[in-house]
Design a protein around this ligand. Structure first.
Ligand SMILES: Cc1cc2nc3c(=O)[nH]c(=O)nc-3n(C[C@H](O)[C@H](O)[C@H](O)COP(=O)(O)OP(=O)(O)OC[C@H]3O[C@@H](n4cnc5c(N)ncnc54)[C@H](O)[C@@H]3O)c2cc1C
Length: 384
Protein backbone atom coordinates (compact mmCIF):
# COMPACT_ATOMS: atom_id res chain seq x y z
CA UNK A 1 0.00 0.00 0.00
CA UNK A 2 1.47 3.32 -1.09
CA UNK A 3 -0.31 6.56 -0.26
CA UNK A 4 2.29 8.75 -1.92
CA UNK A 5 1.32 10.79 -4.99
CA UNK A 6 3.61 10.24 -7.98
CA UNK A 7 6.05 12.97 -8.99
CA UNK A 8 3.74 13.89 -11.90
CA UNK A 9 0.73 14.17 -9.58
CA UNK A 10 2.68 16.30 -7.10
CA UNK A 11 3.77 18.58 -9.93
CA UNK A 12 0.19 18.95 -11.15
CA UNK A 13 -0.88 19.85 -7.60
CA UNK A 14 1.87 22.45 -7.21
CA UNK A 15 1.36 23.94 -10.67
CA UNK A 16 -2.41 24.28 -10.35
CA UNK A 17 -2.08 25.73 -6.83
CA UNK A 18 0.52 28.32 -7.91
CA UNK A 19 -1.47 29.27 -11.00
CA UNK A 20 -4.75 29.64 -9.08
CA UNK A 21 -3.21 31.80 -6.34
CA UNK A 22 -2.05 34.22 -9.02
CA UNK A 23 -4.90 34.08 -11.50
CA UNK A 24 -8.09 32.89 -9.78
CA UNK A 25 -7.97 33.96 -6.10
CA UNK A 26 -8.04 37.72 -6.84
CA UNK A 27 -11.45 37.48 -8.57
CA UNK A 28 -13.15 35.11 -6.11
CA UNK A 29 -14.89 37.76 -4.05
CA UNK A 30 -15.98 39.73 -7.11
CA UNK A 31 -17.53 36.60 -8.59
CA UNK A 32 -19.57 36.19 -5.41
CA UNK A 33 -20.88 39.74 -5.46
CA UNK A 34 -22.04 40.09 -9.04
CA UNK A 35 -23.80 41.67 -10.93
CA UNK A 36 -24.83 38.87 -13.27
CA UNK A 37 -23.34 40.18 -16.53
CA UNK A 38 -19.98 40.77 -14.84
CA UNK A 39 -20.09 37.35 -13.20
CA UNK A 40 -20.65 35.67 -16.58
CA UNK A 41 -17.80 37.66 -18.15
CA UNK A 42 -15.39 36.99 -15.30
CA UNK A 43 -16.25 33.29 -15.18
CA UNK A 44 -15.63 32.94 -18.92
CA UNK A 45 -12.25 34.64 -18.42
CA UNK A 46 -11.38 32.28 -15.55
CA UNK A 47 -12.26 29.23 -17.61
CA UNK A 48 -10.26 30.57 -20.54
CA UNK A 49 -7.20 31.14 -18.33
CA UNK A 50 -7.46 27.62 -16.89
CA UNK A 51 -7.94 26.23 -20.40
CA UNK A 52 -4.95 28.06 -21.86
CA UNK A 53 -2.77 26.92 -18.96
CA UNK A 54 -3.84 23.33 -19.71
CA UNK A 55 -5.48 22.72 -16.31
CA UNK A 56 -9.14 22.66 -17.34
CA UNK A 57 -8.84 19.24 -18.91
CA UNK A 58 -6.78 17.71 -16.07
CA UNK A 59 -7.53 14.00 -16.02
CA UNK A 60 -9.37 14.05 -19.33
CA UNK A 61 -6.47 14.26 -21.79
CA UNK A 62 -5.62 10.56 -22.15
CA UNK A 63 -7.58 7.61 -23.55
CA UNK A 64 -9.44 7.12 -20.27
CA UNK A 65 -10.48 9.55 -17.55
CA UNK A 66 -7.84 9.76 -14.79
CA UNK A 67 -9.86 10.56 -11.69
CA UNK A 68 -6.80 11.11 -9.51
CA UNK A 69 -5.72 14.03 -11.71
CA UNK A 70 -9.33 15.26 -11.76
CA UNK A 71 -9.32 15.16 -7.94
CA UNK A 72 -6.00 16.95 -7.56
CA UNK A 73 -6.88 19.81 -9.91
CA UNK A 74 -10.38 20.03 -8.43
CA UNK A 75 -9.19 20.49 -4.86
CA UNK A 76 -6.69 23.19 -5.82
CA UNK A 77 -9.12 25.16 -8.02
CA UNK A 78 -11.80 24.98 -5.30
CA UNK A 79 -9.34 26.22 -2.69
CA UNK A 80 -8.88 29.31 -4.84
CA UNK A 81 -12.53 29.81 -5.83
CA UNK A 82 -15.30 27.26 -5.30
CA UNK A 83 -17.54 28.85 -7.96
CA UNK A 84 -14.81 28.61 -10.58
CA UNK A 85 -14.36 24.92 -9.90
CA UNK A 86 -18.10 24.15 -10.08
CA UNK A 87 -18.35 26.02 -13.37
CA UNK A 88 -15.20 24.36 -14.78
CA UNK A 89 -16.37 20.92 -13.68
CA UNK A 90 -19.87 21.38 -15.14
CA UNK A 91 -18.31 22.24 -18.48
CA UNK A 92 -15.39 19.86 -18.78
CA UNK A 93 -16.31 16.91 -16.58
CA UNK A 94 -20.11 16.73 -16.48
CA UNK A 95 -20.59 17.71 -20.13
CA UNK A 96 -17.16 16.87 -21.62
CA UNK A 97 -16.66 13.72 -19.53
CA UNK A 98 -20.05 12.36 -20.63
CA UNK A 99 -19.09 12.95 -24.26
CA UNK A 100 -15.68 11.38 -23.68
CA UNK A 101 -17.21 8.24 -22.18
CA UNK A 102 -20.22 7.83 -24.46
CA UNK A 103 -19.96 10.18 -27.46
CA UNK A 104 -19.34 9.05 -31.03
CA UNK A 105 -15.76 9.64 -32.30
CA UNK A 106 -17.07 12.63 -34.26
CA UNK A 107 -18.82 14.12 -31.19
CA UNK A 108 -15.66 13.74 -29.10
CA UNK A 109 -13.54 15.35 -31.77
CA UNK A 110 -15.95 18.27 -32.21
CA UNK A 111 -16.49 19.15 -28.56
CA UNK A 112 -13.79 17.77 -26.24
CA UNK A 113 -10.69 19.74 -27.32
CA UNK A 114 -12.77 22.94 -27.44
CA UNK A 115 -14.23 22.32 -23.96
CA UNK A 116 -10.79 21.62 -22.50
CA UNK A 117 -9.48 24.93 -23.83
CA UNK A 118 -12.70 26.79 -22.91
CA UNK A 119 -13.18 27.75 -26.54
CA UNK A 120 -16.59 26.26 -25.81
CA UNK A 121 -18.42 26.02 -22.49
CA UNK A 122 -20.64 23.07 -21.63
CA UNK A 123 -23.49 22.23 -19.25
CA UNK A 124 -25.44 19.14 -18.22
CA UNK A 125 -29.18 19.58 -17.64
CA UNK A 126 -31.31 16.93 -15.92
CA UNK A 127 -32.93 18.42 -12.76
CA UNK A 128 -36.53 19.62 -13.01
CA UNK A 129 -38.99 21.17 -10.58
CA UNK A 130 -40.52 17.74 -9.89
CA UNK A 131 -37.40 15.62 -10.40
CA UNK A 132 -34.07 16.02 -8.58
CA UNK A 133 -32.76 12.88 -6.88
CA UNK A 134 -35.62 10.97 -8.53
CA UNK A 135 -34.34 11.38 -12.07
CA UNK A 136 -36.88 8.94 -13.51
CA UNK A 137 -39.64 11.49 -12.77
CA UNK A 138 -38.53 14.05 -15.36
CA UNK A 139 -41.25 15.33 -17.70
CA UNK A 140 -39.07 16.54 -20.58
CA UNK A 141 -39.83 14.61 -23.75
CA UNK A 142 -38.32 14.34 -27.22
CA UNK A 143 -40.11 13.22 -30.38
CA UNK A 144 -38.56 12.56 -33.76
CA UNK A 145 -39.66 14.77 -36.64
CA UNK A 146 -37.85 13.94 -39.85
CA UNK A 147 -34.12 14.35 -39.21
CA UNK A 148 -34.43 16.26 -35.95
CA UNK A 149 -35.63 15.62 -32.41
CA UNK A 150 -38.08 18.08 -30.89
CA UNK A 151 -37.72 18.64 -27.13
CA UNK A 152 -40.27 20.04 -24.68
CA UNK A 153 -39.77 20.63 -20.96
CA UNK A 154 -38.05 22.80 -18.34
CA UNK A 155 -34.78 22.10 -16.51
CA UNK A 156 -34.96 24.35 -13.48
CA UNK A 157 -31.37 24.55 -12.08
CA UNK A 158 -28.51 24.30 -14.58
CA UNK A 159 -24.96 25.43 -13.83
CA UNK A 160 -23.32 27.33 -16.72
CA UNK A 161 -26.55 27.52 -18.72
CA UNK A 162 -26.14 31.30 -19.10
CA UNK A 163 -22.71 30.96 -20.72
CA UNK A 164 -22.99 27.54 -22.35
CA UNK A 165 -22.29 26.87 -26.02
CA UNK A 166 -23.43 23.27 -25.72
CA UNK A 167 -25.85 21.60 -23.29
CA UNK A 168 -26.50 17.91 -22.76
CA UNK A 169 -30.21 17.63 -21.98
CA UNK A 170 -31.95 14.58 -20.52
CA UNK A 171 -35.34 13.72 -22.02
CA UNK A 172 -37.68 10.78 -22.44
CA UNK A 173 -37.66 9.40 -25.97
CA UNK A 174 -39.91 6.48 -25.01
CA UNK A 175 -41.70 6.99 -21.70
CA UNK A 176 -43.30 3.51 -21.74
CA UNK A 177 -39.82 1.93 -21.70
CA UNK A 178 -39.11 3.57 -18.31
CA UNK A 179 -35.92 5.39 -17.28
CA UNK A 180 -33.55 2.60 -18.29
CA UNK A 181 -34.15 2.27 -22.00
CA UNK A 182 -36.51 5.21 -22.42
CA UNK A 183 -34.24 8.21 -21.80
CA UNK A 184 -31.65 9.91 -23.99
CA UNK A 185 -29.12 12.70 -23.57
CA UNK A 186 -29.42 15.27 -26.35
CA UNK A 187 -26.75 17.60 -27.62
CA UNK A 188 -28.36 21.05 -27.75
CA UNK A 189 -26.29 23.94 -29.08
CA UNK A 190 -26.87 27.48 -27.83
CA UNK A 191 -28.45 28.79 -31.02
CA UNK A 192 -30.95 25.92 -31.26
CA UNK A 193 -34.45 27.01 -32.15
CA UNK A 194 -36.80 26.84 -29.12
CA UNK A 195 -34.05 27.08 -26.47
CA UNK A 196 -34.62 29.74 -23.78
CA UNK A 197 -32.03 30.30 -21.05
CA UNK A 198 -33.05 33.79 -20.03
CA UNK A 199 -34.23 32.78 -16.54
CA UNK A 200 -31.17 33.53 -14.35
CA UNK A 201 -31.26 32.05 -10.82
CA UNK A 202 -29.79 33.58 -7.65
CA UNK A 203 -28.24 30.95 -5.38
CA UNK A 204 -27.28 31.22 -1.69
CA UNK A 205 -23.66 30.18 -2.29
CA UNK A 206 -21.53 29.59 -5.38
CA UNK A 207 -22.85 32.89 -6.64
CA UNK A 208 -20.15 33.02 -9.30
CA UNK A 209 -21.68 30.05 -11.14
CA UNK A 210 -23.95 31.29 -13.93
CA UNK A 211 -27.02 29.23 -13.00
CA UNK A 212 -30.25 29.42 -14.97
CA UNK A 213 -33.37 27.50 -15.86
CA UNK A 214 -33.43 25.96 -19.33
CA UNK A 215 -36.72 26.07 -21.19
CA UNK A 216 -37.26 23.89 -24.22
CA UNK A 217 -40.25 24.80 -26.35
CA UNK A 218 -40.28 22.66 -29.46
CA UNK A 219 -36.51 22.92 -29.21
CA UNK A 220 -34.64 21.27 -32.04
CA UNK A 221 -31.76 18.89 -31.40
CA UNK A 222 -30.01 16.95 -34.12
CA UNK A 223 -27.95 14.55 -32.05
CA UNK A 224 -28.05 12.12 -29.15
CA UNK A 225 -24.88 11.40 -27.13
CA UNK A 226 -23.46 8.25 -28.72
CA UNK A 227 -26.00 8.38 -31.52
CA UNK A 228 -28.44 5.77 -30.18
CA UNK A 229 -31.58 6.61 -28.20
CA UNK A 230 -32.44 4.88 -24.90
CA UNK A 231 -29.06 5.10 -23.17
CA UNK A 232 -29.38 8.45 -21.41
CA UNK A 233 -30.20 7.18 -17.92
CA UNK A 234 -27.23 4.84 -17.66
CA UNK A 235 -24.92 7.49 -19.15
CA UNK A 236 -26.07 10.04 -16.58
CA UNK A 237 -25.84 7.53 -13.71
CA UNK A 238 -22.25 6.70 -14.71
CA UNK A 239 -21.07 10.30 -14.87
CA UNK A 240 -22.79 11.07 -11.53
CA UNK A 241 -21.09 8.06 -9.89
CA UNK A 242 -17.70 9.10 -11.26
CA UNK A 243 -18.60 12.65 -10.33
CA UNK A 244 -18.53 11.79 -6.62
CA UNK A 245 -14.74 12.19 -6.88
CA UNK A 246 -15.10 15.78 -8.10
CA UNK A 247 -17.70 16.51 -5.43
CA UNK A 248 -15.25 15.29 -2.76
CA UNK A 249 -12.47 17.44 -4.22
CA UNK A 250 -14.87 20.40 -3.99
CA UNK A 251 -15.72 19.64 -0.33
CA UNK A 252 -12.09 19.15 0.68
CA UNK A 253 -11.03 22.27 -1.24
CA UNK A 254 -13.59 24.37 0.65
CA UNK A 255 -12.57 22.63 3.90
CA UNK A 256 -8.88 23.31 3.35
CA UNK A 257 -9.51 26.93 2.59
CA UNK A 258 -11.60 27.30 5.78
CA UNK A 259 -8.94 25.50 7.81
CA UNK A 260 -6.05 27.60 6.52
CA UNK A 261 -7.89 30.85 7.16
CA UNK A 262 -9.06 29.76 10.63
CA UNK A 263 -5.55 28.61 11.61
CA UNK A 264 -4.05 31.88 10.48
CA UNK A 265 -6.68 33.79 12.44
CA UNK A 266 -6.14 31.63 15.56
CA UNK A 267 -2.43 32.48 15.48
CA UNK A 268 -2.81 36.22 15.01
CA UNK A 269 -6.05 37.20 16.75
CA UNK A 270 -5.45 38.00 20.40
CA UNK A 271 -8.02 37.86 23.20
CA UNK A 272 -7.24 38.36 26.88
CA UNK A 273 -3.61 38.94 25.98
CA UNK A 274 -3.00 35.68 24.11
CA UNK A 275 -3.46 34.35 20.55
CA UNK A 276 -6.84 32.59 20.60
CA UNK A 277 -5.30 29.34 19.24
CA UNK A 278 -3.65 28.88 22.66
CA UNK A 279 -7.08 28.29 24.18
CA UNK A 280 -7.95 24.63 24.02
CA UNK A 281 -11.53 25.37 22.91
CA UNK A 282 -10.14 27.01 19.76
CA UNK A 283 -7.20 24.63 19.21
CA UNK A 284 -9.51 21.60 19.34
CA UNK A 285 -11.64 23.13 16.60
CA UNK A 286 -8.55 23.29 14.36
CA UNK A 287 -7.81 19.65 15.25
CA UNK A 288 -11.33 18.57 14.28
CA UNK A 289 -11.18 20.55 11.04
CA UNK A 290 -7.88 18.97 10.07
CA UNK A 291 -9.13 15.46 10.88
CA UNK A 292 -12.41 15.74 8.95
CA UNK A 293 -10.62 17.24 5.99
CA UNK A 294 -7.76 14.77 5.84
CA UNK A 295 -10.14 11.80 6.07
CA UNK A 296 -12.25 13.32 3.29
CA UNK A 297 -9.17 13.64 1.09
CA UNK A 298 -8.10 10.07 1.79
CA UNK A 299 -11.56 8.76 0.88
CA UNK A 300 -11.68 10.91 -2.25
CA UNK A 301 -8.32 9.73 -3.51
CA UNK A 302 -9.08 6.13 -2.55
CA UNK A 303 -12.28 6.35 -4.61
CA UNK A 304 -10.45 7.94 -7.53
CA UNK A 305 -7.86 5.18 -7.49
CA UNK A 306 -10.51 2.44 -7.16
CA UNK A 307 -12.53 3.85 -10.08
CA UNK A 308 -9.40 4.19 -12.22
CA UNK A 309 -8.62 0.53 -11.49
CA UNK A 310 -12.23 -0.63 -11.99
CA UNK A 311 -12.49 -2.07 -8.47
CA UNK A 312 -15.83 -3.72 -7.63
CA UNK A 313 -16.52 -1.57 -4.58
CA UNK A 314 -15.51 1.69 -6.25
CA UNK A 315 -19.03 3.11 -6.62
CA UNK A 316 -19.90 2.41 -2.99
CA UNK A 317 -16.64 4.00 -1.90
CA UNK A 318 -17.73 7.02 -3.96
CA UNK A 319 -20.99 7.21 -1.99
CA UNK A 320 -19.12 6.90 1.34
CA UNK A 321 -16.63 9.57 0.30
CA UNK A 322 -19.29 11.99 -0.96
CA UNK A 323 -21.36 11.47 2.20
CA UNK A 324 -18.43 11.98 4.56
CA UNK A 325 -16.77 14.87 2.74
CA UNK A 326 -20.09 16.64 2.11
CA UNK A 327 -21.10 16.60 5.77
CA UNK A 328 -17.52 17.40 6.84
CA UNK A 329 -17.39 20.51 4.64
CA UNK A 330 -20.47 21.88 6.40
CA UNK A 331 -18.97 21.08 9.83
CA UNK A 332 -15.59 22.58 8.93
CA UNK A 333 -17.12 25.79 7.58
CA UNK A 334 -19.20 26.04 10.75
CA UNK A 335 -16.11 25.58 12.95
CA UNK A 336 -14.19 28.16 10.93
CA UNK A 337 -17.03 30.65 11.40
CA UNK A 338 -16.86 30.00 15.16
CA UNK A 339 -13.11 30.69 15.21
CA UNK A 340 -13.67 33.99 13.37
CA UNK A 341 -16.86 34.69 15.35
CA UNK A 342 -18.35 38.13 14.55
CA UNK A 343 -15.51 38.94 12.15
CA UNK A 344 -16.42 35.97 9.97
CA UNK A 345 -20.12 36.80 9.96
CA UNK A 346 -19.61 40.03 8.05
CA UNK A 347 -20.72 40.07 4.42
CA UNK A 348 -17.81 40.19 2.01
CA UNK A 349 -15.40 38.15 4.17
CA UNK A 350 -13.90 34.90 2.85
CA UNK A 351 -15.37 32.86 5.70
CA UNK A 352 -18.89 34.14 5.10
CA UNK A 353 -18.58 33.14 1.41
CA UNK A 354 -17.06 29.73 2.17
CA UNK A 355 -19.78 29.03 4.75
CA UNK A 356 -22.42 29.48 2.02
CA UNK A 357 -20.42 27.63 -0.64
CA UNK A 358 -19.78 24.62 1.63
CA UNK A 359 -23.47 23.68 1.81
CA UNK A 360 -23.47 22.63 -1.86
CA UNK A 361 -21.46 19.47 -1.10
CA UNK A 362 -24.08 17.93 1.15
CA UNK A 363 -27.14 18.62 -0.99
CA UNK A 364 -26.15 18.28 -4.63
CA UNK A 365 -25.57 15.34 -6.96
CA UNK A 366 -26.94 12.80 -4.52
CA UNK A 367 -27.72 14.44 -1.16
CA UNK A 368 -26.51 12.67 2.02
CA UNK A 369 -29.84 10.83 2.44
CA UNK A 370 -29.49 9.25 -1.00
CA UNK A 371 -25.85 8.25 -0.35
CA UNK A 372 -26.85 6.63 2.96
CA UNK A 373 -29.69 4.77 1.23
CA UNK A 374 -27.29 3.45 -1.43
CA UNK A 375 -24.68 2.37 1.15
CA UNK A 376 -27.28 0.70 3.39
CA UNK A 377 -28.80 -1.21 0.47
CA UNK A 378 -25.35 -2.40 -0.58
CA UNK A 379 -24.67 -3.69 2.96
CA UNK A 380 -28.08 -5.38 3.26
CA UNK A 381 -27.66 -7.05 -0.14
CA UNK A 382 -24.49 -8.76 1.10
CA UNK A 383 -26.49 -10.82 3.60
CA UNK A 384 -29.44 -12.14 1.58
C1 LIG B 1 -25.64 25.57 -7.42
C2 LIG B 1 -26.36 24.44 -8.03
C3 LIG B 1 -25.98 23.97 -9.27
C4 LIG B 1 -26.69 22.91 -9.87
N1 LIG B 1 -26.33 22.52 -11.12
C5 LIG B 1 -27.08 21.61 -11.77
C6 LIG B 1 -26.79 21.28 -13.13
O1 LIG B 1 -25.83 21.78 -13.73
N2 LIG B 1 -27.60 20.40 -13.76
C7 LIG B 1 -28.68 19.82 -13.14
O2 LIG B 1 -29.38 19.07 -13.79
N3 LIG B 1 -28.94 20.08 -11.84
C8 LIG B 1 -28.18 20.96 -11.14
N4 LIG B 1 -28.46 21.28 -9.83
C9 LIG B 1 -29.55 20.59 -9.15
C10 LIG B 1 -29.06 19.49 -8.21
O3 LIG B 1 -28.47 18.46 -8.95
C11 LIG B 1 -30.26 19.00 -7.37
O4 LIG B 1 -30.59 20.05 -6.49
C12 LIG B 1 -29.94 17.74 -6.59
O5 LIG B 1 -29.85 16.66 -7.48
C13 LIG B 1 -31.03 17.41 -5.56
O6 LIG B 1 -32.30 17.44 -6.12
P1 LIG B 1 -33.46 18.32 -5.46
O7 LIG B 1 -32.91 19.64 -5.13
O8 LIG B 1 -34.64 18.26 -6.36
O9 LIG B 1 -33.81 17.58 -4.10
P2 LIG B 1 -34.84 16.36 -3.89
O10 LIG B 1 -34.43 15.22 -4.73
O11 LIG B 1 -36.24 16.85 -4.02
O12 LIG B 1 -34.56 16.01 -2.38
C14 LIG B 1 -35.09 16.79 -1.30
C15 LIG B 1 -34.75 16.09 0.01
O13 LIG B 1 -35.40 14.80 0.05
C16 LIG B 1 -34.43 13.78 0.25
N5 LIG B 1 -34.82 12.58 -0.49
C17 LIG B 1 -35.23 12.48 -1.78
N6 LIG B 1 -35.49 11.20 -2.10
C18 LIG B 1 -35.22 10.45 -0.99
C19 LIG B 1 -35.28 9.07 -0.67
N7 LIG B 1 -35.64 8.16 -1.58
N8 LIG B 1 -34.91 8.67 0.57
C20 LIG B 1 -34.54 9.58 1.49
N9 LIG B 1 -34.46 10.92 1.26
C21 LIG B 1 -34.79 11.34 0.05
C22 LIG B 1 -33.13 14.35 -0.29
O14 LIG B 1 -32.01 13.70 0.24
C23 LIG B 1 -33.25 15.80 0.17
O15 LIG B 1 -32.89 15.91 1.51
C24 LIG B 1 -27.77 22.30 -9.19
C25 LIG B 1 -28.11 22.74 -7.92
C26 LIG B 1 -27.43 23.80 -7.33
C27 LIG B 1 -27.85 24.28 -5.98
Amino acid sequence: MDYELTEGQKKLQQDVAAFCIKEIVPGAQKLDEGPREEVCKLMKENLKKLGEAGFLGSGLEGDAIDLIDCYIAGEEITKACASTYVSARSSVFMCGGTLKLFGTPEQKERFLPALMKAEMIGALAYTEAEAGSDIASISTTARKEGDVWVLNGVKDIVANALIADVLLVLAYTEKEAGAEGGMSLFIVEKDARGLDISDSIETMGLRGVPVSAVKLEDCEAKEIVGGEPGKGYEQLERILKMGTVGMVSFCVGVGTSCMEKATQHAKTRKAFGKPIGIYQEVGFKLADMFTYNDLGRMLGLRTAWAMNEGENEADILGSCAKLFAGESATKIANLAMQVFAGHGYIKGTDIERLYRDARFGEICEGPSEIQRTVIAKNELDKFV
